[in-house]
Design a protein. Structure first.
Length: 181
C-alpha cells in the first residue's frame, strides 16, 4: 500500500499515556506503509523498567538517556532516508522537543483517551511492566501537543483500523506543512 504521506522519510512518534495503544497503533501504521517500527519501551534501560515495575514514576533525569536513544534512532532513519514509527510516551513538550531535534521530519501522533478507558485497557493487558498505579502520574505529566508542534491528536475510542486510517490522513496533512527550522 502506498502511503498518503509524501515525505521521503516519514518519522512518526506515536505518543500518549500508558495504555493508550501506542504500540498497537504504531506497529499497524508502520506495517501498512512498509516502514520500520521501534517499540520505545524496549529501549528503556533496566533501571527505568525496574522503577516503573515497582510503581515509581520516572523523573526527567531517568527519561533523558532513553529519549536520547530514541532520538538517535530517528536521526539514523532520517540520514538513511528510511521511514520509521516509534512508540514513545513523549508526555512533556521538552521530551518532544528533544525528539524533534533529531530531524525536521519528525511528526507526533498523540493518542488521547479518558482515564476510565485507559484504566480498562491497562487492566486487560498482561505481561507489561507498567502497573495501573502509574496512570495518575502519566496524566499529571502529560502536556498535550501545542498548535505550533508537528502533531495531530486522535481519540482512541475508534476501532483500531479506523484510527490508523485517520492517522495516515491527518499525518499527510502535517507532511504538507513546512517543517519548523
Amino acid at each position: 500500500m502506498s502511503s498518503p504521506i509524501s515525505s521521503p522519510a516519514p518519522l512518526v512518534v506515536v505518543m500518549g499515556v500508558c495504555g493508550c495503544g501506542k504500540s498497537s497503533a504504531g506497529a499497524a501504521l508502520a506495517a501498512r506503509n512498509g516502514w520500520a517500527f521501534v517499540e520505545g519501551d524496549d529501549l528503556h534501560p533496566p533501571a527505568n523498567v525496574a522503577r516503573m515495575a515497582q510503581g515509581q514514576p520516572l523523573t526527567d533525569v531517568d527519561r533523558h538517556g532513553w529519549l536520547a536513544t530514541i532520538g538517535e534512532r530517528l536521526a539514523e532513519a532520517a540520514r538513511a532516508g528510511d521511514g520509521l514509527v516509534v512508540s514513545c510516551s513523549a508526555l512533556k513538550r521538552a521530551y518532544r522537543d528533544q525528539l524533534a531535534a533529531a530531524s525536521p521530519r519528525v511528526m507526533f501522533l498523540h493518542l488521547a483517551g479518558d482515564r476510565a478507558l485507559i484504566e480498562a485497557r491497562m487492566a486487560a493487558r498482561a505481561g507489561h511492566f507498567m502497573p495501573l498505579s502509574l496512570i495518575d502520574s502519566q496524566f499529571a505529566t502529560l502536556e498535550p501537543p501545542g498548535a505550533d508542534e508537528r502533531a495531530v491528536t486522535l481519540s482512541i475510542d475508534m476501532p483500531p483500523e479506523a484510527l490508523v486510517e485517520e492517522a495516515e490522513r491527518r499525518l499527510a496533512g502535517l507532511d504538507q506543512r513546512e517543517p519548523a527550522p
